[in-house]
Design a protein around this ligand. Structure first.
Ligand SMILES: *Cc1c(COP(=O)(O)O)cnc(C)c1O
Length: 506
């Protein structure tokens, strides 16, 4: 079959821009810079830089075609549990593009960026208010980065009192970043088993606590979508043992505006701005994972941070100017400023009452799914749930269809699958998080699709599931170890693939 590159078929292919190199093509004709040799002081480029020659229309079409192979929250329902794939309001984007915000440079003199510093200060104020904790480190670049920074502050606080504790307790339903961060910070990780209701018992925590435990890392609501009812007892036990309470705040969407983690005895918690506060995820933009800190941990917050004094807003950039013993920098400049703009835009446009409604509607939507799917599917734990609902694969027993097959079949129906095989505490997990930005109509559509697929599985049509997805640019990937050999179609040539501008410069 031959077709033009704009064809959208099942065997959709898109060559790399380097493979589309068309020598002589260029997006812009720049005037010949003339002789510059003496101004370069002998640093003349010796070969082409290796950029492909492409016209502007070629580049635009390339990226548009790639974008059509993608599935995002802007394409449809995206119930990826634990990830909080909510709609990113376009107002946020508008604000981030305002010239006075979008065009500032991180190296500008502070007197010329007072508004930007005020914006960071304001965002910090909202995060502190919503969590009930007195300090926040704004610069971590993701939730996982926030975990590391939080643990580094805990380690610093312990070392400052001459206490070299070695272990961190992590429930076995935790996100993989929790043990990874603890390990990165030099701690041994000890797991706490969940009870048969999917929760952590304070008694189990007490049994594992001793003078060698630096911290517990708990997620609340946990990754089974359940509130931890013994959280205050757990906090008391942790504090009595001289340890700190780290809370993974990835699920703050279930609590925002309703519960202040500081009131639950938490010392430290990261906030994924790309989850709760509607900034774009991953490919949509850089992440931001500010960490809120208790009084005891605040002196160790990393540089830089913004303070407000009689002369306006000021960045504290050096340890000598700081009140405590900061960790130094953990990220270039001030963190992801563009994300702070979006998050603050979101918080101020929602207001306190709107944020509270976010949590209420997120929980309501998840419970609606539980109510409609709880009978035909197999919920892992008794409801009600918080903002996400966990099913396991018992409902597929004897059908020959696995959780993975079921998820792949959903793709052909136009839905992004739920999170699968996480958390690890149930068999064949399916973790569904609808978020508050979905309507009842879109939830009903999803439920009807799941039920139709279930009927198909029960009718014995295993092949349909095993062959899915059929309607995507790539069919099912072979994820076995043997298949994981990298296939590089484009090899950078010694001199690079020379474009027209390189040629012209030679
Ligand atoms: C998303 C998530 C993380 C990690 O956050 P990133 O921003 O992706 O680094 C940690 N814990 C839980 C429970 C999460 O859902």
């Amino acid at each position: 079959m031959t077709h033009g590159p704009g064809h959208r078929g099942l065997d959709m292919e898109e060559a790399l821009s380097f493979e589309q190199d068309s020598p002589g093509q260029t997006g812009v004709d720049l005037p010949d810079p003339g002789p510059v040799a003496e101004r370069l002081g002998g640093l003349r480029r010796e070969g082409p830089v290796g950029l492909p020659g492409l016209s502007e229309p070629q580049v635009v079409r390339h990226y548009l075609r790639i974008s059509r192979m993608n599935y995002g929250i802007d394409s449809g329902f995206y119930p990826l549990g634990s990830c909080t794939m909510k709609h990113n309001p376009r107002l946020n984007e508008r604000l981030a593009r305002l010239r006075g915000l979008g065009d500032v440079h991180p190296l500008q003199p502070q007197s010329t960026v007072q508004g930007a510093l005020e914006l960071i200060h304001q965002t910090a104020h909202w995060l502190k208010t919503l969590t009930g904790l007195p300090a926040v480190a704004m610069s971590p670049a993701a939730g996982a980065h926030g975990e590391l920074v939080g643990l580094m502050t805990i380690r610093a606080a312990l070392e400052a009192r001459g206490d070299a504790r070695q272990r961190v307790l992590v429930p076995d339903s935790a996100h993989g970043t929790n043990p990874a961060s603890a390990h990165m910070c030099g701690y041994g990780v000890e797991s706490i088993p969940a009870n048969d209701r999917g929760r952590v018992d304070a008694a189990a925590v007490r049994r594992q606590l001793d003078s060698d435990v630096a911290a517990i890392m708990l997620t609340n609501p946990n990754t089974c979508g359940l509130f931890e009812p013994e959280i205050r007892d757990i906090a008391d036990a942790v504090h009595e043992a001289g340890a700190f309470f780290y809370c993974d705040g990835a699920n703050f969407n279930a609590l925002v505006g309703r519960v202040r983690p500081g009131d639950l005895g938490i010392d430290c918690m990261h906030l994924n701005l790309h989850k709760t506060f509607s900034t774009p995820h991953g490919g949509g933009g850089p992440g931001a994972g500010p960490v809120v800190l208790s009084e005891a941990l605040a002196p160790y917050a990393p540089l830089p941070y913004v303070v407000h004094g009689p002369d306006g807003f000021r960045l504290v950039e050096h340890a000598d100017d700081a009140d405590g013993q900061p960790l130094g920098r953990i990220k270039g400049f001030h963190g992801q400023f563009g994300m702070f703009i979006r998050a603050l835009g979101y918080m101020t446009s929602m207001g306190a009452d709107g944020l509270r409604q976010v949590a209420e509607d997120a929980v309501l939507n998840a419970n609606y799914l539980l109510a409609r799917l709880g009978g035909p599917l197999t919920p892992s734990f008794d409801g009600p749930c918080m903002h996400e609902v966990l099913f396991d694969d018992r409902f597929l027993r004897d059908t020959g269809v696995t959780t993975l097959d079921f998820a792949k079949a959903l793709i052909d129906e136009g839905f992004h699958p739920m999170t699968v095989y996480f958390p690890l505490v149930v068999h064949g997990a399916m973790l569904v998080e609808p978020t508050e930005t979905e309507s009842k109509a879109s939830l009903d559509q999803f439920v009807d699709t799941v039920l139709a697929l279930l009927e198909r599985a029960r009718a014995g049509d295993v092949k349909h599931f095993q062959a899915a997805p059929r309607l995507t640019p790539r069919r099912r990937l072979d994820e076995t170890a043997a298949a994981r050999k990298p296939v590089l179609r484009w090899q950078p040539a010694e001199t690079g693939a020379a474009g027209s501008r390189d040629k012209a410069a030679e």
